[in-house]
Design a protein around this ligand. Structure first.
Ligand SMILES: NC(=O)c1ccc[n+]([C@@H]2O[C@H](COP(=O)([O-])OP(=O)(O)OC[C@H]3O[C@@H](n4cnc5c(N)ncnc54)[C@H](OP(=O)(O)O)[C@@H]3O)[C@@H](O)[C@H]2O)c1
Length: 350
């Protein structure tokens, strides 16, 4: 059975996902009866194209990576800009991976809204739309009989939303605490080893871990967006990142780290969602945590502790994630959508 894919954003994550699709195509066909056809790709600077017949995804990857124009691909129709791609493309699932806008989640939220209205399912790795418009977008998806999935938005490919949805039905999540930003963790770990803040941030950029604008990591915006997204989905919070009390790691010094270390502790940027009598309190800030705590994660490792009513505390740790883990999250969302479509008898033969 065929799924037509449109890509909105074709950067590190989307291209890693495209590589997985290519390397696993026979397993996807054999194990899931899944064949994909790419019918649209929108980028910021490599062109915006559609093709009902289908595009050569491998060639699109090499073209984008060599700095070429996607409009040169065989069969490509120049759609000029992203909004037109969303309006024109013939796709069953849109894969949205444009950069985070931590101020209001736009323009990605608007593209997702338009795609859902056109009855396309959406998979996104961009946490902005979940942090700012989860309730609206998920309701829109339900009304239009399509799926909206976003496993890669928090902790890359580690199952967080799928864990809650599929493995913890009936469990109430009471509080959350997480080390959710790889870049700041990488910087703090590097500084503990005697490296400078600037060296560590340059390295995180080279590794493709830092956001396009690394200030979003360092000043706690990325973590604020993630805790708001988690609270919206897992705690029904209907909140947004503006409601998060936020401090970053810019003013943490090597001396602060030495003092923590002498006390058997470690400084980490911790995001929390805590219930108070006045409502849910969302915070992001540097905290001194015991080295033995799951929150004492090192390098790019992320950790999340879910405090629940029926299952006590559950910790999920994702050791040194890279872009492949986020790409896998897109694949797992795609497979879930495909299974759902098959279960509902929505069939498209290749
Ligand atoms: N990298 C990770 O490990 C990771 C992990 C979890 C979540 N995420 C999230 O996943 C998303 C993608 O991350 P990434 O690392 O792939 O970022 P990236 O490499 O910077 O790629 C972003 C893509 O979006 C495109 N883009 C920018 N403006 C656009 C526009 N107006 N219309 C269409 N496309 C546009 C860029 O095009 P040009 O290159 O042509 O400008 C590029 O193809 C982000 O929201 C990020 O927060 C990333």
């Amino acid at each position: 059975m065929e799924l037509r894919l449109g890509f909105i954003g074709f950067g590190n994550v989307a291209r890693a996902f495209a590589r997985i699709l290519a390397s696993r195509s026979s397993e996807l066909a054999r194990d899931f009866d899944l064949i994909v056809r790419t019918t649209a790709i929108a980028t910021g600077s490599h062109g915006c194209i559609v093709s009902a017949e289908g595009l050569d995804l491998d060639l699109a990857v090499t073209t984008a990576e060599s700095g070429g124009r996607l409009t040169a691909l065989p069969g490509a129709i120049d759609a000029d800009e992203t909004t037109r791609v969303v309006a024109m493309c013939e796709a069953d699932v849109l894969i949205e991976t444009t950069p985070l806008n931590p101020i209001d989640g736009e323009p990605a939220t608007e593209w997702i809204r338009k795609a859902l209205l056109r009855r396309m399912s959406v998979v996104t790795a961009n946490k902005g739309p979940i942090a700012f418009a989860y309730d609206e977008l998920s309701a829109l998806a339900r009304e239009h009989g399509v799926s909206f999935r976003f496993e890669g938005t928090v902790m890359d490919g580690a199952p967080i939303f799928n864990l809650a949805e599929k493995c913890l039905p009936g469990v109430r999540i009471i509080a959350l605490a997480g080390v959710l930003n790889s870049t700041t963790n990488y910087i703090l770990t590097g500084m503990e080893r005697g490296r400078s803040f600037e060296e560590c941030i340059a390295e995180a950029k080279r590794m493709g871990v830092a956001e396009a604008n690394a200030d979003y990591d360092v000043d706690g915006w990325d973590a604020a967006v993630k805790i708001a997204a988690l609270a919206n989905v897992l705690m029904d919070a209907n909140t947004n990142p503006r409601n998060v009390e936020r401090r970053g790691i810019r003013y943490i010094t090597s001396k602060d780290l030495e003092v923590a270390s002498a006390a058997g502790a470690i400084v980490r940027l911790v995001a929390r969602a805590e219930p108070l009598p006045s409502g849910l309190r969302l915070t992001v800030g540097p905290e001194t945590v015991p080295i033995s705590s799951p929150l004492g994660a090192r390098g790019t490792t992320n950790a999340l502790i879910l405090r629940t009513d029926l299952m006590g505390e559950i910790a999920v740790i994702e050791a040194d994630p890279g872009v492949e883990q986020t790409a896998y999250a897109l694949l797992s969302d795609l497979i879930n959508i495909h299974r759902d479509r098959k279960a509902r008898g929505i069939i498209r033969r290749a």
